[in-house]
Write a protein of this length. Structure first.
Length: 526
């Protein structure tokens, strides 16, 4: 029986698609005009965008757009990119005797996949068109193609994966594609992967429930009667309908504050992403969570709710919808240490999701506010369904403290790893792996025959030095002890696709329908 998460996966998966960079070029007198379409949340590397004649001589740019800047995950230095569609022009001065054609070279990435570098040839007349290069192996059958006929495809995937997500990919392959994943555990350990695998609706549900639970914290629950008195709801409203409306407006104030806070954080885009990648940022977040945890265990007190009644105004303002909206906004800001970890976690999640689904990224903080706002209309109407404050709240507070400690450990670990990066060679650092150079494919067939002889499945990692996410995975995912242990059960092939347009490499990548790097392929004997 399919679980709810798998059902929702088929309905509202966050779209993660391969980029379709569209580049059109034509000759206008002695100028080459270029029109490049860059999809949202993708970018082309500025230093790899070139126009050359048919002999490979680069043409001088006349007009280029302004570049944006990303932080290279390998060097930590800024790298110029074109992150929006643009038009450019180049002087046309072909070498004497050169063919009447020119080439446009480009390649780019998104946050998960570095796509295959492209070289587009444009003939200036029919007779001058450069013929296509035949793909090696298109006639007859090469050794590796013959060996592959003895295997069946068990699974394939592409893009950057953390260790936990990579492990789930192997689980799906080994389990025939129907693996039981605890959605709550996945949401806590890798929320971005949870959104991708379980769907947006289930994510919204968890965050909505989380916002609702915030009302049971020691920073919020005792203030509910006080806040109702300030806004003139509850018994003072005169009628249940008016009390319901005042409570709803109060809750709207809460939701708007979290929603606007999310918009501000998420729309900082790559700048906030760069901050997140900084080890000092992770260290600062860890220290904030340590302080909040100590407050939960009463080492010291963080209580801003005492300011709330002072901002409520006098009795003449009670029952005002404007006051209710303002007080809801103030309550969201002064909820104190109890809600801060949840709010920060949702903001970080929203920032990461925004790259794949902009609407979801902007909506999630607002959803958290709606969850926290849900009880207020009913409380305003005088329905006493919320539990009364008591000794039990001390245990809730300690439970929050334990949870906050885990957040602190998580971000502390991220900071430690970022401050102590591991060096990676061009071939990676693995035990027992086989390196295949895509320029020749030498040894590919032998590696496949070895897998048959040993009775092992084959894991192929398509890799290149220019693929930023490949190198990041080499530093992190493939160094994880659990991942290394899993891959010992496979014949592990590192396939170096340094020149994807090389006929030999292109033949293999087309066989596996690889559209970008990194691409992972798992094969099993027929």
């Amino acid at each position: 029986m399919k679980r709810l998460a798998l059902l929702l996966m088929t309905l509202v998966l966050v779209p993660v698609a391969f980029a379709q960079f569209e580049v059109e070029a034509w000759l206008d007198g002695d100028v080459v005009r270029v029109d490049a379409q860059v999809p949202e949340n993708h970018y082309l590397y500025a230093d790899h965008f070139k126009v050359a004649d048919a002999l490979g001589n680069e043409q001088k740019p006349i007009e280029l757009p302004k570049t944006a800047s990303i932080t290279d995950p390998n060097t930590g230095k800024p790298k110029p990119v074109f992150d929006q569609s643009f038009k450019a022009s180049y002087a046309w001065a072909p070498a004497p005797g050169g063919a009447a054609a020119f080439q446009v070279e480009y390649w780019g990435c998104n946050d998960e996949v570095c796509f295959i570098p492209q070289k587009k040839t444009v003939g200036l007349d029919v007779s001058a068109m450069v013929p296509e290069v035949a793909v090696a192996g298109s006639e007859g059958s090469s050794d590796w193609e013959a060996a592959l006929k003895k295997f069946k495809m068990l699974g394939t995937d592409a893009g950057y994966k953390k260790a936990a997500e990579f492990g789930r990919f192997l689980d799906r392959v080994e389990g025939g594609g129907d693996v039981d994943i605890n959605p709550f555990r996945l949401f806590l350990t890798d929320p971005v992967a949870f959104v991708r695998e379980s769907g947006l609706l289930l994510t919204i549900f968890f965050i909505l429930v989380g916002g609702l639970a915030l009302n049971l914290t020691p920073c919020v629950l005792p203030m509910i009667p006080i806040n109702l008195a300030i806004i003139g709801a509850g018994a003072q409203a005169g009628s249940k309908s008016r009390g319901f409306a005042l409570g709803a407006v109060y809750g709207l104030g809460i939701a708007l504050v979290y929603g606007l806070l999310g918009v501000v954080v998420v729309l900082t885009g790559s700048q906030f992403g760069t901050i997140q990648a900084n080890p000092w940022f992770s260290l600062a977040i860890a220290l904030v969570f340590v302080a909040l945890a100590l407050a939960m265990f009463d080492v010291f007190h963080i209580d801003l709710t005492r300011f709330q009644s002072k901002l409520g105004g006098g009795a003449q303002k009670q029952g005002s919808f404007l006051v209710a909206l303002m007080m809801g906004s103030v309550a969201a800001l002064l909820a104190g240490a109890c809600v801060a970890p949840v709010v920060i976690a949702v903001l970080l999640l929203a920032t990461n999701i925004y790259e794949a689904n902009s609407v979801a990224g902007l909506a999630l903080p607002f959803v958290l506010g709606i969850g926290m706002a849900l009880p207020w209309p009913f409380a305003g109407a005088g329905l006493a369904f919320l539990p009364k404050p008591g000794k039990w709240m001390e245990y809730v507070k300690y439970g929050f403290g334990v949870g906050i400690i885990f957040f602190a450990l998580y971000y502390g670990n991220l900071s430690y790893r970022a401050f102590n990066p591991s060096d990676v060679t061009a071939q990676g650092e693995y035990e027992g792996h086989i390196i295949i150079d895509g320029a020749t494919n030498a040894g590919f067939a032998d590696a496949l025959e070895q897998a048959l002889a040993e009775g092992k499945p084959v894991f192929i990692d398509m890799w290149a030095t220019w693929c930023k996410n490949c190198k990041v995975m080499d530093k992190t995912t493939f160094k994880d002890e659990a991942v290394k242990a899993r891959l010992k059960d496979y014949v592990f092939i590192k396939y170096i696709a340094e020149e994807p347009n090389d006929p030999e490499t292109q033949a293999v990548m087309q066989h596996f329908k690889a559209q970008g790097l990194p691409t992972f392929v798992v094969l099993g004997a027929k």
